[in-house]
Design a protein around this ligand. Structure first.
Ligand code: FAS
Ligand code: PHB
Length: 390
């Protein structure tokens, strides 16, 4: 098989790039190791920046988002029983975010790919990039016991943190920056009325909690938990009790509880691999970088990479100009690091770090007090949360 752009990974990054390129007449093949049901069964991000919303519109997949997505003009920070609203719309001169699950974004992308006859090959095993620094790169994969080959001009690694693409770059060509946090997030989905119309990021002596949602009847909640914990350690009753204890009384008092329909624990890490290009292999999304989800930047950082890569590939195919491809890694990393900073800052501000001692606790409390008292600090928080410009 031959195509122009070979994409490893059928998550939001790979599918969005495939859809955008297809609309401009550029051929792609997406190789996804899992089944479609498996990919759609993963519960992940929930907040879309304006940049991601714009890309979805450009990709022609925003109809359901416009109908079902919820525009959020602000969110609350809770600390020591107090609730404080960050009015993003006022602080940024009109910007906001949209609450719409990553699962739905991925579903919309799959439906568009099917509608347009896009080539997405599921259960493509042992995907391997070849000749990535030569002039005839290609991919091989195994399916139904047969090994296939896909010749391409470029290979895009959209295969997430555990994918093959980053591992295909020689270690001496990569610089890795990483911080692993000493806790995880236990998340649940429940068919209950969300406790608040706005997201609530709660800091408490017992640890962090987040109240989010997917719709008016589908709630998404998280609590900071030990890395030693397993889902089995957290029966629903324990989860609800702990969540209530981390929220202001006025909020806990109106929390609707119910059976969890999904429960999972995610470790938290900050991770960047530089550069995001090696020969004709380009990395995008979680294949190149990971953020703690506190700042809702994971999916949105992937979207920014896809924006830059799409523009660069179109400059190549439409204008024969490779300057965009040459600049991709530096351009993407400049924004990646700003999202890393914000995600690290939000995580450091709101989570319990016992190892930081009494001074660390005071620093956290003072940072919150300063944030609540300073409009300048609130503007900085708001402009990062809605998403810095591409
Ligand atoms: P993805 O990991 O989504 O997709 C990569 C795809 O490549 C997968 O479908 C995988 O099966 C496939 N793949 C992997 N290796 C392969 C191989 N060798 N061959 C072929 N295919 C391969 N972000 C937020 O903003 N908010 C959140 O709350 C949030 N929660 C998260 C919770 C968890 C448990 C995880 C893991 C991530 C979370 N994220 C969150 C971040 C997440 O949303 C990512 O940023 C987003 O999925 C990035 O999309 P992709 O880059 O497409 O990577
Ligand atoms: C979510 O709804 O899953 C969500 C929202 C905001 C975050 C992280 C996760 O910062």
């Amino acid at each position: 098989m031959k195509t122009q752009v070979g994409i490893i990974g059928g998550g939001p990054s790979g599918l969005l790039l495939s859809q955008l390129l297809h609309l401009e007449g550029v051929d792609t093949v997406v190789l996804e190791q899992r089944s479609r049901d498996y990919v759609l069964g993963r519960i992940r991000a929930g907040v879309l920046e304006k940049g991601m919303v714009g890309l979805m519109r450009r990709a022609g997949i925003a109809d359901r988002l416009e109908r079902e997505g919820e525009v959020h003009k602000g969110f609350d920070i809770a600390s020591d029983g107090r609730l404080f609203n960050i009015d993003m719309e006022a602080l940024t001169g009109g910007d906001s975010v949209v609450v719409y699950g990553q699962t739905e974004v991925t579903r919309d992308l799959y439906e568009a790919r099917d509608r347009m006859g896009g080539i997405v090959i599921h259960e493509a095993l042992d995907v391997t990039p070849h000749d990535i620094t030569g002039d005839a790169p290609y991919l091989t994969y195994a399916k139904d016991g047969v090994t296939h080959s896909v010749d391409c001009d470029y290979i895009i690694g959209c295969d997430g943190f555990h994918g093959v693409s980053r591992r295909s770059i020689p270690e001496d060509k990569l610089r890795i920056f990483e911080r692993v946090y000493p806790f995880g997030w236990l998340g649940i989905l429940s068919r209950t009325t969300p406790v608040s119309g706005e997201l609530i990021y709660a800091r408490s002596a017992r640890g962090f909690a987040l109240c989010s949602l997917r719709s008016r009847v589908l709630s998404r909640y998280y609590v900071q938990c030990s890395l030693d914990d397993t889902v089995e350690d957290w029966p629903d009753d324990r989860f609800w009790d702990e969540l209530k204890r981390r929220l202001p009384e006025e909020v806990a008092g109106r929390l609707e509880t119910g059976p969890s329909i999904e429960k999972s624990i995610a470790p938290l890490r900050s991770f960047v691999a530089e550069p995001m290009r090696y020969g004709n292999l380009f990395l995008a999304g979680d294949a190149a970088h990971i953020v703690p989800p506190t700042g809702a930047k994971g999916l949105n950082s992937a979207a920014a990479d896809i924006h830059y890569l799409f523009e660069a590939l179109m400059q190549h195919y439409r204008d024969g100009d490779d300057r965009g491809l040459a600049a991709y890694s530096d351009k993407a990393l400049a924004r990646v690091w700003k999202a890393q900073r914000f995600s690290w800052w939000m995580t450091t501000l709101l989570h319990d770090f016992p190892e930081n001692g009494a001074f660390g606790q005071r620093m956290q409390q003072t940072e919150i007090d300063y944030l609540m008292a300073s409009r300048a600090a609130q503007v900085s928080l708001a402009e990062n949360y809605v998403g810095l410009p591409f």
